[in-house]
Write a protein that binds this ligand. Structure first.
Ligand SMILES: Cc1cc2nc3c(=O)[nH]c(=O)nc-3n(C[C@H](O)[C@H](O)[C@H](O)COP(=O)(O)OP(=O)(O)OC[C@H]3O[C@@H](n4cnc5c(N)ncnc54)[C@H](O)[C@@H]3O)c2cc1C
Length: 597
């Protein structure tokens, strides 16, 4: 396969590791259209007016209430974003869907329920359904008349989803698929009307089916007792000789994994956006509380250690937000450039192209949310541990995000696996880039002029972080070759570097883009980018050191570590003062200060 040109490479999934983009190449929240800002406003109003007042009843699982909330959201157009207009939806682009997801996150149980319905419960029919299936189900799913769910996991098959034991066999008259087996952990399962169920035809061909509530032999178990997202429905499902009409097979026999994994790509991306919205909420309530609460004659917000927490929360949110909107913009650009007459095939190609960025959205989003709710609990002190205050629920609700839609361990491995696959196929020229770096290393250190100008040092740190990735990944691939996947700790370290690089670059480019437009008004955003990049390079160095020491030894290791030290050198910054300035921006408005900027 021919090596892609630089411009072809620029927008490919994972290309950020080896190409250099300019500020104008990326989408940022400042580029949101008026329509997209309106979506955000509408979603926020609906959640705060309709859903938030009902949280106590929803947490108590008042019968039918979450379904009613979803149907109301459907009536207001908040369920059909992923459905094309011709089937009754609003056909939102990725950026629009991201804005929407963020704003629904004010109550995590609602966001999860909406995501299970409008995301993973809808995507399989949109992308893989026949015309008849789309016409029959999508208009009703768009309004909420039919509520939907995605049924992949089983008691003994979660991460290892293809170990499914649910079976489907064709009935003797050829009219129905007869399903037998059990599903586990199904969000919305307690009240859904439409179930996207995965089962193996004749026990070996993994396939997908649309099952309707009321199917004989199909029953729904009791609600699980969960640590968090208690307002959402999570149930097991049972199939005992349940007949599913033959025409309800979704996509081809034996192609269920294509449906399952492409759907999860979409789900993962949105999950990052929900987490982003949740993290902003955590920052907002923490900021307000820190001003109200007095200790030692001062409000908490006056203490350096509290400022440091608020500042770091905002900085981490900024990095995740920059990545997620950048990815959404790339996905929209790719969808908007038709390369294939078959729209479904094109959409699938785009989903696959940006699968790395979707996994990054999921992992970085969920871990940033966890960090923010954890610090939020700390800022609330004892009241953070009390269920009458908002942080306790936020803390419990956050934890699931690292587990579902592919655990963060599985997603880390996927990031590297997908990169390697693309490198081997020649789609992503990682190998030539690693070889070029090898030549540079052999040539020895060159005289480098000190970086000058705003963000110049950060630009240099980014370039060095990319080199560190190539150095570490190249060494690991050479040492372990096709057995690299067995060295999971090294793979995870590589995935962490990949995520840091994407976050560093997205933060940097957004700050540069904002500075060019807003001048000194973007100073705090520049601060956030600087603090993030400074710490990120240290984290990258540490991950690389760990991985290299587990990969080579003796002189080879000493040489690699010397190169690493050279790449990881950076001029010190006053990160404490920066965090204080970012915290001051948060405290001034009691919100995340870079929204829409
Ligand atoms: C509240 C909730 C809602 C959910 N909603 C849905 C839903 O709507 N639909 C649906 O289909 N599923 C749903 N799930 C299921 C969820 O997707 C699974 O729980 C998840 O995929 C993990 O599977 P598991 O629980 O079987 O854990 P396991 O797969 O047993 O994993 C346990 C641990 O082992 C690790 N691990 C597993 N394999 C490997 C490996 N190869 N290498 C290294 N580490 C590994 C995991 O990362 C994890 O840390 C939901 C779960 C919960 C708790």
């Amino acid at each position: 396969m021919a090596t892609p040109t630089a411009s072809e490479s620029l927008n490919r999934g994972g290309a950020f590791l080896i190409t250099s983009s300019g500020p104008e190449d990326i989408f940022t929240p400042a580029d949101l259209s008026d329509d997209q800002r309106l979506i955000a406003q509408t979603a926020e109003e609906v959640v705060f007016k309709e859903v938030v007042p009902k949280i106590p009843e929803l947490e108590q699982h008042e019968k039918g209430l979450m379904a009613e909330m979803l149907r109301r959201a459907g009536a207001l157009g908040l369920l059909g974003g992923g459905i094309p207009e011709e089937y009754g939806g609003s056909g939102l682009d990725k950026v629009g869907a991201t804005v929407l997801a963020e704003k629904l996150a004010a109550y995590a149980s609602f966001a999860v329920s909406q995501g299970a319905h409008a995301g993973i419960g809808t995507v399989p029919i949109v992308y893989f359904g026949t015309e008849e299936q789309k016409r029959k189900y999508l208009p009703k799913i768009a309004t909420g008349e039919f509520l939907s769910c995605y049924c992949l996991s089983e008691p003994q098959a979660g991460s290892d989803a293809l170990a499914s034991r649910t079976r489907a066999v064709l009935s003797p008259d050829g009219k129905n698929w007869i399903l037998n087996g059990q599903k586990m952990w199904i969000t919305n399962g307690g009240f859904a009307d439409v179930y996207i169920v995965f089962a193996k035809v004749d026990g070996d061909s993994f396939s997908c089916f649309i099952v309707e509530r009321g199917t004989p032999g199909f029953s729904v178990g009791a609600e699980e007792k969960k640590m968090g997202i208690r307002g959402s429905s999570t149930v097991p499902l049972f199939f005992e000789n349940a007949p599913v009409p033959k025409e309800n097979l979704l996509h081809d026999i034996g192609r269920g994994h294509i449906v399952a994994f492409n759907t999860l790509n979409v789900g993962r991306f949105s999950l990052g956006a929900y987490c982003l919205g949740g993290a902003k909420q955590a920052l907002e309530v923490s900021s307000k509380y820190s001003k109200e609460r007095v200790a030692f004659g001062k409000s908490l917000s006056e203490f350096g250690l509290i400022k440091s927490k608020l500042g770091e929360m905002a900085i981490r949110i900024y990095a995740v937000e920059s990545m997620i909107y950048r990815s959404a913009g790339m996905i929209d650009a790719a969808v908007g450039t038709p390369t294939d007459a078959d729209k479904t095939r094109q959409a699938m190609q785009v989903l696959e192209e940006y699968a790395i960025e979707s996994s990054i959205s999921k992992v970085a989003g969920s871990e940033t949310l966890d960090m923010c709710v954890d610090e939020g609990v700390e800022i609330f002190g004892g009241y953070g541990f009390h269920e009458d205050y908002p942080m306790a629920r936020a803390y419990r609700d956050s934890r699931i995000n690292r587990i579902f839609e592919g655990t963060n361990e599985i997603n880390r491995m996927l990031i590297v696996q997908m990169l390697m696959k693309r490198a081997m196929a020649g789609v992503l020229p990682l190998i030539p880039a690693a070889m070029k770096l090898g030549e540079e290393v052999l040539a020895g250190p060159s005289f480098e002029e000190a970086a000058s100008g705003p963000l110049a040092e950060e630009g240099r740190s980014l370039t060095q972080a990319k080199k560190i990735f190539l150095l570490t990944a190249g060494t690991a691939v050479q040492a372990f070759r096709e057995k690299l996947a067995e060295h999971q700790e090294i793979v995870a370290a590589l995935a962490n570097i990949v995520m840091e690089v994407y976050a560093m670059e997205s933060s940097l480019l957004r700050a540069q883009k904002s500075s060019a437009v807003r001048g000194p008004a973007a100073a705090v955003m520049v601060d956030a980018a600087r603090a993030f990049i400074y710490d990120a390079l240290d984290r990258v160095e540490k991950e690389a050191r760990t991985a290299l020491a587990a990969t080579v030894e003796g002189d080879a290791l000493a040489t690699q570590l010397a190169v690493l030290r050279r790449f990881a050198k950076h001029a010190p910054i006053d990160a404490i003062a920066i965090r204080r300035r970012v915290a001051a921006a948060v405290l001034a408005i009691d919100r995340y200060p870079f929204e829409g900027r």
